[in-house]
Design a protein around this ligand. Structure first.
Ligand SMILES: [Zn+2]
Length: 305
C-alpha cells in the first residue's frame, strides 16, 4: 500500500433566510420558516464555528450574498477565523430556472459583495443553490475567473476539470416520432474550472431537515443512520483509492442542531483516526489538484457526431 493522502473538508451553505425567500414563484413565505434561517445564521453558525475551532478545522462557507448583507457581523466571525467564503447566489436562486442574463447578473453581484467583504480578495469557489445547475454555469464561472465549482456529480471522491457544458443530448419527447430522439450524447470537453464534486449522499439537508408537506424532506432520520452512510462512503474510498477528496456539505440551520453537532463530533474523531488525513477548505483542495499534488481524474464520455 502506498502513502495515503485524503483531503477532507466541510462545505457549509449559509443559506439563512435566502433559501426560504427564494420561493421561485414570488409567493409569500411563512415567517416561521424564515426564522429557521435566522437560527442558522446565528445559533447554528456559532455552534459550527465552535466545533471547527475545537478541532482546528478550516472550512468553506458558501454564502448567498443576501446572507452576507443581512448578517454581516456573523459572517465577519467566519472571515476573521480564517475560513474560506465562497459563492452561493444572491437569494439562493435556482439557476436552472434563470435566463442566461439573470445568471450572469446574480453571479457578478455576488462576486462584488463577497470581494468587498473579504478586503478585495475574490471568491475562489462556487456551489449552485440546491445543486440545480445550467449549461451556462461553467462557462460563466470560467469567464469570471472562479477557480472551482462544487455542484456536479461526475465523480464522488476525485477532483477533475468540469466539462464546459458544450456537450449536447437530445431529450426524449413522446410527442415526436421516436427517430427524433434516438441519438447519443456528444463528446464532453474539459473546462479550466476545477470540480470538487458534490454528493447528495454527503449532505445533511435531505435526511435531517424536515419540511412539512414536502415529499423527500421528512427530516426525522436517526443521525446514527446518516453517520453510518457517510462513514461507509469514507471507508470505501479509503480502501479503494490512494488519494481522494471527501467534501461534506452541511447547513448551519440543520447541522447546528444539538443531535447533529454530536454526529459531526463523532465523524471528525473517526476520520482523524486514519493515516494521511488533512482537513482543508474546498478551495485548498482545488489548489492541490491544480498544482499537481492531487492527481484526480479525467471525465470522459460522449462521441463525436
Ligand atoms: Zn444552499
Amino acid at each position: 500500500m502506498g502513502k495515503k493522502r485524503v483531503l477532507v473538508g466541510y462545505g457549509i451553505d449559509v443559506d439563512a433566510v435566502a433559501n426560504w425567500i427564494n420561493t421561485t414563484t414570488g409567493a409569500a413565505q411563512n415567517p416561521t420558516n424564515v426564522s429557521r434561517g435566522i437560527y442558522g445564521a446565528t445559533v447554528g453558525l456559532d455552534r459550527l464555528l465552535a466545533l471547527f475551532a475545537t478541532h482546528a478545522i478550516k472550512a468553506t462557507f458558501f454564502t448567498p450574498a443576501h446572507s452576507l448583507e443581512s448578517f454581516p457581523s456573523q459572517l465577519a466571525k467566519v472571515r476573521d477565523a480564517g475560513h474560506e467564503i465562497g459563492l452561493h447566489g444572491y437569494t439562493h436562486e435556482y439557476i436552472s430556472q434563470l435566463s442566461a442574463t439573470q445568471q450572469k447578473d446574480v453571479l457578478k453581484r455576488s462576486i462584488e459583495v463577497l470581494t468587498k467583504f473579504c478586503g478585495g480578495e475574490r471568491p475562489r469557489g462556487y456551489t449552485a443553490p440546491a445543486w440545480s445547475t445550467s449549461k451556462e454555469l461553467i462557462p460563466l464561472l470560467e469567464a469570471e475567473g472562479v477557480v472551482y465549482d462544487h455542484s456536479f456529480m461526475h465523480h464522488d471522491f476525485q477532483p477533475y476539470f468540469a466539462p464546459d457544458g458544450r456537450e449536447t443530448w437530445v431529450e426524449t419527447d413522446h410527442a415526436k416520432q421516436a427517430e427524433a430522439w434516438m441519438s447519443p450524447m456528444t463528446r464532453m470537453r474539459a473546462s479550466r474550472v476545477v470540480e470538487i464534486p458534490a454528493n447528495w449522499h454527503l449532505d445533511d439537508w435531505p435526511p435531517l431537515q424536515p419540511i412539512p408537506g414536502r415529499a423527500g424532506a421528512q427530516g426525522f432520520v436517526d443521525t446514527g443512520v446518516v453517520e453510518r452512510l457517510w462513514m461507509e462512503q469514507f471507508d470505501f474510498a479509503y480502501r479503494e483509492y490512494e488519494t481522494f477528496v471527501f467534501p461534506m456539505s452541511i447547513h448551519p440551520q440543520v447541522s447546528g442542531k444539538p443531535h447533529v453537532i454530536l454526529m459531526h463530533e463523532r465523524i471528525i474523531e473517526y476520520i482523524n483516526k486514519h493515516e494521511g488525513v488533512e482537513w482543508m477548505p474546498l478551495g485548498d483542495m482545488a489548489k492541490e489538484f491544480l498544482e499537481g499534488r492531487m492527481p484526480g481524474v479525467e471525465i470522459e464520455g460522449g462521441v463525436d457526431l
